[in-house]
Design a protein around this ligand. Structure first.
Ligand SMILES: Nc1ncnc2c1ncn2[C@@H]1O[C@H](COP(=O)(O)OP(=O)(O)OP(=O)(O)O)[C@@H](O)[C@H]1O
Ligand SMILES: [Mg+2]
Length: 291
């Protein structure tokens, strides 16, 4: 997996809320950086949490170093659009007055797909060396499934809608970038539970039908380990609960594999809080399965 993923310029990590997207983004970034690629982990969630795994302060919009060849940045989609505007209009007072203008604000907030496209555009410009900070690969901790689907589709829709002009050309370039599986990989994170698996399978179908490209991998996270020893038989309620969760995991994993014939990576539920130790442990498990 890494040998393939290690050649991508953008890896979009998505999945249902709470399934481990941010954790997986950090773990993938760790492996890519270790494989020699200058890696930017990009988070757009205003509830910054990536830094907690990487032992850095919150990014607050800045690019921070998180290890050898590993960087992180938290940037709101709106900040991405504003930064782009400032780049295009290199006279700061003029750029400021445009950005503050209500019509501009309404356009940014209201135009469907604009903010989503700006985030993808920022990733593309970062790997093409057109931004102040350049990287070989961006790992995007993308929003939850539905929003990510809209985000990935936005360039295609806007390219159709706008046609020519600077914005239309940007949309076309981005749509091509997203559609190219050699440049852009989509990694789906899920739990082996009914609703997350359902959403995952729906997103696989969406990616196939609307973007003509399947995801690259599905990572099934936080699997309950099998119960062994006395716990496998006893009537202790905790052991019973554990066996039940594990049974659901097995059933849903089987359902996922029956419907998806691509690669599946399985990560265990580990008894650790969010933090560098959890990241280390999961990155190791990921590496064992991907090299
Ligand atoms: N394999 C695992 N073992 C134990 N805890 C895990 C594991 N994976 C993730 N977690 C924990 O689960 C919680 C949710 O993970 P994370 O924040 O990565 O999910 P997310 O999909 O990014 O959530 P959100 O949709 O809210 O952004 C975190 O507290 C994280 O530490
Ligand atoms: Mg998250």
């Amino acid at each position: 997996m890494l040998t393939q993923l290690a050649t991508r310029q953008l890896i979009v990590v998505t999945g249902k809320g709470g399934v481990g997207k941010t954790t997986l983004t950090a773990a993938l970034g760790r492996l890519l950086a270790a494989a020699g690629r200058k890696t930017l982990l990009l988070e757009t969630d205003p509830r910054e949490s990536l830094h907690q795994l990487l032992n850095t302060p919150p990014s607050a919009g800045q690019v921070l170093t998180a290890g050898p060849r590993l960087y992180l940045q938290n940037l709101s989609p709106k900040a991405v659009v504003e930064n782009l505007t400032r780049e295009k209009i290199p006279i700061p007072p003029l750029a400021n007055s445009i950005i503050r203008h209500p019509v501009y604000q309404q356009f940014i907030d209201g135009a469907p797909g604009m903010k989503e496209m700006a985030v993808l555009g920022y990733a593309l410009r970062t790997v093409q060396g057109e931004t102040r900070f350049k990287a070989d690969v961006v790992v995007l901790d993308a929003p939850a499934t539905g929003h990510s689907a809209s985000m990935l589709q936005a360039p295609l829709l806007l390219a159709d809608l706008i046609g020519g002009g600077q914005l239309g050309e940007m949309a076309k370039d981005l749509a091509k970038f997203i559609a190219n599986p050699r440049r852009c990989g989509v990694v789906l994170a899920t739990l082996a539970e009914e609703m997350p698996v359902q959403e995952t399978l729906e997103l696989v179908q969406f990616l196939r039908e609307k973007l003509s490209r399947p995801p690259e991998k599905i990572v099934v996270n936080a699997l309950y380990p099998p119960v062994t020893g006395a716990g496998a038989r006893g009537s202790d309620p905790l052991a019973q609960l554990w066996r039940d969760r594990r049974a659901v995991n097995e059933q849903e994993l089987a359902r996922l594999k029956a419907a998806w014939d691509g690669p599946v990576v399985e990560l265990p539920l580990l008894p650790m809080d969010r933090g560098p130790a959890l990241l280390d442990a999961l990155a190791t498990r990921l590496e064992e399965q991907v090299t």
